[in-house]
Design a protein around this ligand. Structure first.
Ligand code: FMN
Length: 435
């Protein structure tokens, strides 16, 4: 087996360490949730750990039913926040999220390219087709998955062409001859498509030092086809190693079939980390954090994802593949629904066990509840097995998980030769290619 490459590691700045009941802790800092310094501090600590990137997901709706017990989806605008973080950091990549279902492509092209200038080549775009929020954009219902991905493909093409429409080299800034730019090098894109008509050019030159990495989130068949065609990395939900291995294998071969190299697309699962000095304490941290995730909410999630109503089931009854009804016609995410079905067929969990699984409570992310050494062992295991090219860390339970991850797990990975000890490049793309 060839030696395992170094990993690409990002960390979410969405404060998952305040999720569930974690914000109730006296040291949670929840009062600063909507202040920039709160995030800048974490981003600076992630930069000290030499991470590839700091990541901000996004959603464009407010789930008021969650608001009584937690922030739900209330958050600062991710691209504005990354722009403020750009000023206080110098090396770490800054990955923002923008939906192809709700935004116009001209705006996204301009915002992400602006972030690239403000950060001197450290911007990245997490392309999402979004799960919810249609009513905030004049859409009576969410467009079908096929429609959303067709739109995403055209949207991304328009954004890339807009970025090319005004290259930095067109800027002449020639004081002697009085020439600011060469208009012949700045061209409209004249795009007329199924969803968008965009003339261009973009009203901002491209920052030429670095191409902006594209990350994609969503792994249905249509999502994979789209990711294989354009993405530098896929941000994935893979709760078990086999799911990650299969996804990586599939995406690499899809990319190769399109004339790209397998290594051009990196598989970066979300990794939830509940870390403490002992396994017992970590388990307590996980249990305390999720103590108020009500049975009712869990049951609602299961029903929405796979159409199975467990309301009257006893806690200790096993849920088996035979109990699964045909998949509902409409689900928010095919990826998450399929992962839940797969886990039930494989593990046949009891009702009570099912309701604490990552597929139900943790966006189906890879989950480690344990010591920093447990996390290192799990990451090494997945990396050596060829299941991942890196991951996006989501520390949970308390700010202590953030510190343990950055100050213990990451250095231990470096000691194993699985992660850098110093930045070699200055742009986000440099970091992705440094492995
Ligand atoms: C790991 C992961 C992260 C995602 N993050 C976001 C996000 O931050 N914002 C958003 O609107 N949608 C997000 N999505 C939703 C996807 O963009 C997509 O709309 C959804 O997963 C449905 O597509 P699929 O069936 O291909 O998974 C995410 C999906 C996955 C799997």
């Amino acid at each position: 087996m060839p030696p395992t490459k170094q990993l690409n590691i990002g960390m979410s700045l969405a404060p998952t360490w305040l999720s569930g009941d974690a914000w109730l802790r006296s040291d949670s800092g929840v009062e600063n949730l909507f202040h920039g310094e709160f995030y800048l501090d974490i981003a600076q600590r992630a930069e000290e750990a030499k991470l590839d990137f700091a990541f901000l997901p996004d959603s464009l709706f407010l789930n008021t039913s969650m608001l009584a017990t937690g922030a739900g989806f209330a958050s600062l605008d991710p691209t504005l926040l990354q722009a403020s973080i750009a000023a206080g950091t110098s090396r770490i990549g800054l990955l923002s999220t923008a939906s192809t279902t709700f935004f116009p492509p001209y705006i996204v092209a301009r915002q992400i390219q602006s972030l690239n200038w403000l950060s001197k080549g450290r911007a990245g775009w997490n392309i999402v087709t979004a799960l919810d929020g249609n009513e905030n954009f004049g859409l009576p219902e969410m467009p079908s998955p096929e429609d959303r991905y067709s739109r995403a493909a055209e949207f991304t093409e328009v954004v890339r062409r807009l970025w090319q429409s005004f290259p930095q080299e067109a800027l002449k800034l020639d004081r002697v001859n009085g020439q600011f730019a060469d208009p012949d090098q700045v061209n409209p894109i004249d795009h007329e498509g199924r969803f968008y008509n965009v003339k261009g050019p973009l009203n901002l030159p491209r920052y030429d030092k670095a191409r902006i990495p594209l990350i994609q989130a969503g792994a249905s068949d249509a999502g994979r086809a789209f990711a294989a065609s354009v993405a530098d990395a896929i941000f994935a939900s893979t709760p078990d190693r086999a799911a990650a291995f299969d996804l990586r294998k599939d995406l690499r071969s899809r990319a190769e079939a399109l004339g790209r190299k397998g290594d051009d697309i990196r598989i970066l699962p979300g990794l939830s980390l509940f870390l403490a000095p002992t396994k017992t304490e970590a388990k307590e941290l996980f249990a305390e954090t999720n103590a108020r995730v009500t049975r009712q909410r869990g049951l609602g999630t299961v029903q929405e994802m796979i159409g199975l109503d467990l309301t009257d089931w006893p806690e200790d009854r096993k849920v088996t593949g035979a109990a699964l009804p045909p998949p509902p016609e409409k689900v928010r995410s095919q990826t998450h629904s399929q992962l839940l079905r797969r886990m039930i067929e494989r593990d046949e969990p009891t009702v009570v066990d099912l309701l604490t699984r990552p597929e139900v409570v943790g966006s189906a992310h890879w989950l480690v509840v344990g010591t920093p050494a447990d996390a290192v062992a799990a990451i090494k295991d997945w990396a050596v097995a060829g299941a991942v090219d890196g991951f996006v860390a989501f520390p949970g339970g308390s700010i202590g998980s953030v510190a343990s991850f950055l100050e213990e797990v990451v250095p231990a990975l470096s000691e194993l030769g699985l992660f850098r000890t110093a930045y070699r490049g200055t742009t986000f793309l440099d970091h992705l290619n440094d492995r």
